[in-house]
Design a protein around this ligand. Structure first.
Ligand code: ARG
Ligand code: ZN
Length: 890
C-alpha cells in the first residue's frame, strides 16, 4: 500500500478553478452505469499571463470513457490519470471553458456505501465527505459551489421513481422500457450535497405553508409496506420547519422537500439539498415496533437534517477541517429543538451524559483532536463526538455569553454576511462578536485545543466583610501533538443558595478587584455567568449575608471537568434544593461517582462492599418525590455509566466498575423494593401509545424501576417482568421488560429471547434491537453467543445497522469486550479485517473501540496492542482503518 497521506489545515489553498454550472446525466444499468458531466469552468485569477495552472480532478474507482474540452476530445498526452486524480496539464486560458467527462461505474458492486450504490434493489447516493469522486471526476471539495442539473435515465419497471436535488423540470419515456427525469437545483451547492435516488418507492405526502406563504410539498419515500411507519417522521419534519421560523426566522427555500428511507447506510442521515437520505432506523417508527428512545432520536435527526438547509447548505464549509461549523451548530440547533419539544432539563441531562460517556474518553485518548482538527488522513474518521457534540457545546457557550437575543443577532449577521458561501469557524466567531460588540477574548482556543479542561474551584466566606469568593484555576491536559495549552474563555454560570436552599439575589461581583454589576435593570440576578479567561482567577461577591452553598456551572455552561471543594453535605444540600434542575441531577451524579470510585477501590483490595444510609436515603427521597418531573426522576436514579467512571480512573478497571455498579443497583433494589414496586404500579398505563413528555416520562420511570427490581433475581419479580412483557401494548414497554429479564442468565432469559424473535422475525429493525441487546449483555463468556449470532440469518456484515447492533453492541459490554483473556479484542480484530474489505468506514468505526487500550492494565494492554499490530500489518488495509490503528499505536 502507498503510505497514506496526511492533509493539514495549514496547507489550505484556494482552488485555481471554480465551477459555475454542472449538468449531469446518469444512465442507470444493471451491468454498469454511465455518468456524463458537462461543467463550465473558470479560473480564479482571470487573464493569467503566464501559463494557466493545471486542473486537477479527484476520481476513485472510475473508468474514464471520454474527456472533452470545449467540445474537443482530449488525446492521451493532454491529461494524466492515476488511481486518484485526472490532471489536465494545460487547460485553455480563456475566461470560461466547458469540460465534458464520461465515466463508467458499477454501483451494484459498491459495498463501501459511498458514491452511488445499490440498497434493496434501489440506486442511492451518499457523497459526504468525499464520495462524489466515486461518481465522476470532479474537484471534490466543499469550496467548489455550482448550480446543478441532473438527468436520470433508467428502466421504467425497476426504477419507477427517479429523484435528484431541486425541482423536477421534465420527465418522459424512452425507448426500450426506459424513462427519464430532469431535476434542476437553483441553489449553488458543493458536490457533497448532490443526491440521486432511483427505485421502487412510494411516498407519504403532506405539505407545509411557510410564514411568507410558500406552499412546500413534503414527501417521505419508502417501500409500500413501511409507509404507515413514516407518520412520526412527517410530524417531526413539520414541527422542525415551524420551529426554525419561530426561533431563527429561517424559512424553507424550495417548493419540494423529499426524504428517502434507505436500509443500508453508513451514517444516520444526510442533508442533500431538498433530498435528504435517511438510515431507515431514523425514520421508521410505529408504537408497536419503536421505543420512546427511537421516537426521540427520529425527531432530533429529522430536525437536524432539515436545519442543515441553512446551517450547512446555504452557508457551507470552506474545507473539511471546518466540519464543526455546520455540525456543531446544527447539533446545537437540534438539541434546542428537542428541548422545546420535551423537557429542557431532561434533554440537557441526556446530552451531557452522552458527552461524558463518549466524547470525554475520545478527548483523553490517542485520537484526541480539537473540534476543528489540524490534520486528517481520511476525513470520514473525523465525524466524531468531538466535532459534533463538543462542537455543539462550544456553540452553546456563545449563547450563554450573549443571551438568546444576542445569539440570534449573531446568527442573523452570519447569514447576512455568508449566505451562498463556503466559510470558516472564524467567520462564525466574527459574526457573533460583531453583532454584539462582544469581547470573547480567548474563546477561539476552543477550536484549536484538544482535551477536556479541568476547572478547580475553591470557595471562601468572610463573615465580617460579608463577601464570598470563588477562586478558579483551569488546566487543559496535553493531547497528542499538543503538549502545552493556553488558558481559554470558560463561562461558568453560578448561583448561591442560602441556608433555606433559596437563591440569593446577586447584585455585584469583583473580578481582579474590578467591580462588575450583575443585576439587570436594577433587578438582582439569581444566576450570573462568570467569564474565566486566565489560568487562575478570583471572583468576590459582595453583600452576602451568610455562608452560601454555591451552585456551579449551572446547566453545564461549559464542557469541562469541574472539581470543587464542596463537602458531601453541600452536595446533598444541592441535590435537595438547587433551583437549577440540571445541577440537582448533577449533585446526585457527583455523589454516585464518588461512591462508585471508592467502592471500586474496596473491590480491588478485596474489601466487602457496602452503601451508606445517607446514600440510600438520598436516592429514596428522589425516587419518592411526587413533586418532581417523572422523567427527571428516571434520570436522577440512573447511575453514571461504566464508561464515564472508567474515564475518571488512572487505570480503567472494567470488571471492578461493572461489579460495583451492579452491586449498588442490587443493593438499592433490595432496600427500596417496595418503593420500586410502587413506582412500577403507579406508572403502568393501558392508554394507547402517545409520544409526548408526560406519557414518555411514565414509561421511562416504570422501566427503570423494573430494571432495578430485576437485578434482585427473585422469582416474584421475574413473574412481574414476564407479565409486563406479555401485556405490553407498545415496544417501549415490551423492550423495557425484555431488557430487565435478560440481565440474568438462565432459562427464562433464553425463552423470552426466543419468544421475541418469533414475534418480530419479519421486522429487521426490531430484530436489530434483539441482536444489540444480546451482544451488549454482561453475562459471562458472551463472546461465544455473539460468534453464533454472526452466523444467524438475521445478521449481515454488509449492513451497517446490523454491524452496529451486534459488533458495536458487543464492544459496549465492559465484561465481555474487555475480557481479561483477550477473547473480546481478538473477536473484534477478526471482524475488523473482514469488514474492511467490504466497508472501510464501518471497519474504522469498529476499530476505534481498541484505540484507548493504554487506559487498561498491562494484561489487557498486551492483548489489545497485539490486535492493533495484527491489523496494521495486514496487506491492503484501507486508509480509514490505517489511520485509527496507526494513531492508536503511536
Ligand atoms: N452530514 C451528515 C450529518 O451529520 C453526516 C454525513 C457523514 N458522512 C460520513 N461519511 N461520515 O447530518
Ligand atoms: Zn449533520
Amino acid at each position: 500500500m502507498e503510505t497514506p497521506k496526511e492533509i493539514f489545515l495549514k496547507d489550505y489553498k484556494k482552488p485555481d478553478y471554480f465551477f459555475d454550472t454542472v449538468d449531469l446525466t446518469f444512465s442507470l444499468g444493471e451491468e454498469h452505469t454511465i455518468v456524463s458531466s458537462s461543467i463550465t469552468v473558470y479560473p480564479r485569477i482571470e487573464g493569467n499571463s503566464s501559463a494557466p495552472p493545471s486542473l486537477v480532478l479527484d476520481g476513485v474507482d472510475l473508468k474514464l470513457v471520454s474527456i472533452k474540452v470545449d467540445g474537443k476530445q482530449l488525446q492521451k498526452e493532454d491529461y494524466h490519470l492515476d488511481t486518484r486524480h485526472l490532471t489536465i496539464s494545460s487547460p485553455p486560458s480563456t475566461a470560461r471553458f466547458t469540460l465534458e467527462i464520461v465515466t463508467e461505474i458499477q454501483p451494484q458492486k459498491n459495498t463501501s456505501l459511498e458514491g452511488l450504490y445499490k440498497s434493496s434493489g434501489n440506486f442511492v447516493t451518499h457523497c459526504e465527505a468525499e464520495g462524489f469522486r466515486k461518481i465522476t471526476y470532479y474537484q471534490d471539495r466543499p469550496d467548489i459551489m455550482a448550480k446543478y442539473t441532473c438527468r436520470v435515465e433508467g428502466d421504467n419497471a425497476l426504477y419507477p421513481v427517479l429523484l435528484s436535488n431541486g425541482n423536477l423540470v421534465e420527465e418522459g419515456n424512452l425507448e426500450g422500457g426506459k424513462h427519464y427525469a430532469v431535476w434542476e437545483d437553483p441553489h449553488k451547492k458543493p458536490c457533497y450535497l448532490f443526491a440521486l435516488v432511483a427505485g421502487q418507492l412510494q411516498s407519504r405526502d403532506d405539505s407545509f405553508v411557510t410564514r411568507s406563504g410558500r406552499n412546500v410539498s413534503l414527501k417521505i419515500w419508502t417501500t409500500a409496506q413501511d409507509l404507515p411507519k413514516t407518520a412520526h417522521a412527517m410530524n417531526s419534519l413539520k414541527a422542525s420547519m415551524k420551529w426554525d421560523e419561530d426561533v431563527f426566522g429561517l424559512e424553507y427555500d424550495l417548493d419540494l422537500f423529499n426524504i428517502v428511507v434507505v436500509a443500508d447506510f453508513n451514517m444516520g442521515a444526510m442533508e442533500n439539498k431538498s433530498l435528504n437520505i435517511f438510515n431507515s432506523v431514523l425514520v421508521l417508527a410505529s408504537p408497536e415496533t419503536a421505543s420512546d428512545a427511537e421516537y426521540a432520536r427520529i425527531q432530533g435527526v429529522i430536525a437536524h437534517e432539515y436545519f442543515h438547509n441553512w446551517t450547512g447548505n446555504r452557508v457551507t464549509c470552506r474545507d473539511w477541517f471546518q466540519l464543526t461549523l455546520k455540525e456543531g451548530l446544527t447539533v446545537f440547533r437540534d438539541q434546542e429543538f428537542s428541548s422545546d419539544m420535551g423537557s429542557r432539563s431532561v434533554k440537557r441531562i441526556e446530552d451531557v451524559s452522552f458527552l461524558r460517556n463518549n466524547q470525554f474518553p475520545e478527548d483523553a485518548g490517542p485520537m484526541a483532536h480539537p473540534v476543528r482538527p489540524h490534520s486528517y488522513i481520511k476525513m470520514d474518521n473525523f465525524y466524531t463526538s468531538t466535532v459534533y457534540r463538543k462542537g455543539a457545546q462550544v456553540v452553546r457557550m456563545y449563547k450563554t455569553l450573549l443571551g438568546s437575543q444576542g445569539f440570534r443577532r449573531g446568527m442573523d449577521l452570519y447569514f447576512k454576511r455568508h449566505d451562498g458561501q463556503a466559510v470558516t469557524c472564524e467567520d462564525f466567531y466574527a459574526a457573533m462578536r460583531d453583532a454584539n460588540d462582544a469581547d470573547f477574548a480567548n474563546l477561539l482556543h476552543w477550536y484549536s485545543q484538544a482535551g477536556t479542561p479541568t476547572v478547580k474551584v475553591t470557595s471562601f466566606y468572610n463573615s465580617e466583610a460579608k463577601t464570598y469568593s470563588l477562586k478558579f484555576s483551569q488546566q487543559v491536559p496535553p493531547t497528542p501533538g499538543q503538549a502545552v495549552k493556553e488558558p481559554m474563555l470558560i463561562p461558568v454560570a453560578v448561583g448561591l443558595l442560602d441556608s433555606n436552599g433559596k437563591d440569593m439575589p446577586l447584585t455585584s461581583v469583583y473580578r481582579d478587584g474590578m467591580l462588575q454589576v450583575v443585576s439587570t435593570d436594577g433587578q438582582p440576578a439569581y444566576t450570573t455567568v462568570l467569564k474565566i479567561t486566565k489560568k487562575e482567577e478570583e471572583f468576590v461577591f459582595v453583600e452576602i449575608s451568610e455562608r452560601p452553598v454555591p451552585s456551579l456551572l449551572r446547566g453545564y455552561s461549559a464542557p469541562v471537568r469541574l472539581m470543587s471543594d464542596l463537602t458531601d453535605a453541600d452536595i446533598f444540600f444541592l441535590l435537595a434544593h438547587d433551583s437549577d434542575e440540571f445541577n440537582r441531577w448533577e449533585a446526585g451524579q457527583v455523589l454516585s461517582a464518588k461512591l462508585m470510585l471508592s467502592l471500586v477501590g474496596d473491590f480491588q483490595q478485596n474489601k466487602p462492599l457496602s452503601l451508606t444510609a445517607d446514600f440510600v436515603h438520598g436516592f429514596k427521597s428522589i425516587l419518592t418525590d411526587y413533586t418532581l418531573d417523572k422523567e427527571f426522576i428516571a434520570k436522577a436514579i440512573d447511575l453514571p455509566g461504566v464508561g464515564e467512571i472508567m474515564d475518571m480512573m488512572d487505570i480503567a478497571d472494567p470488571d471492578a466498575v461493572h461489579v460495583v455498579r451492579s452491586f449498588i443497583r442490587k443493593h438499592l433494589a433490595s432496600e427500596l423494593k417496595a418503593e420500586f414496586l410502587k413506582t412500577v404500579e403507579n406508572n403502568r398505563s393501558s392508554d394507547p401509545y402517545v409520544f409526548d413528555h408526560s406519557k414518555k416520562s411514565r414509561r421511562t420511570l416504570k422501566n427503570i424501576a423494573l430494571s432495578y427490581l430485576a437485578s434482585l433475581e427473585d422469582a416474584q419479580i421475574t413473574e412481574l417482568a414476564l407479565s409486563e412483557y406479555k401485556t405490553a401494548t407498545n415496544m417501549t414497554d415490551q423492550f423495557g421488560a425484555l431488557t430487565a429479564l435478560v440481565q440474568n442468565p438462565g432459562k427464562t432469559r433464553d425463552d423470552v429471547l426466543a419468544d421475541f424473535y418469533g414475534k418480530w422475525e419479519h421486522d429487521y429493525l426490531v430484530i436489530n434491537k434483539w441482536l444489540g441487546l444480546q451482544a451488549s449483555a454482561n453475562i459471562p463468556e458472551n463472546v461465544e453467543n455473539v460468534r453464533k449470532l454472526l452466523k444467524h440469518r438475521a445478521f449481515d456484515l454488509r449492513n451497517p445497522n446490523k454491524v452496529r447492533s451486534l459488533i458495536g453492541g458487543f464492544c459496549a459490554s465492559p465484561v465481555n469486550f474487555h475480557a481479561k483473556d483477550g477473547s473480546g479484542y481478538k473477536f473484534l480484530g477478526e471482524i475488523v479485517l473482514q469488514l474492511d474489505k467490504l466497508n472501510p468506514q464501518g471497519a474504522s468505526r469498529m476499530v476505534s473501540a481498541l484505540s484507548r487500550w493504554r487506559r487498561y492494565d498491562e494484561t489487557r494492554q498486551a492483548h489489545a496492542k497485539a490486535q492493533l499490530e495484527m491489523i496494521l500489518s495486514t496487506n491492503g488495509l484501507s486508509e480509514n482503518v490505517f489511520e485509527i490503528a496507526s494513531k492508536s499505536l503511536a
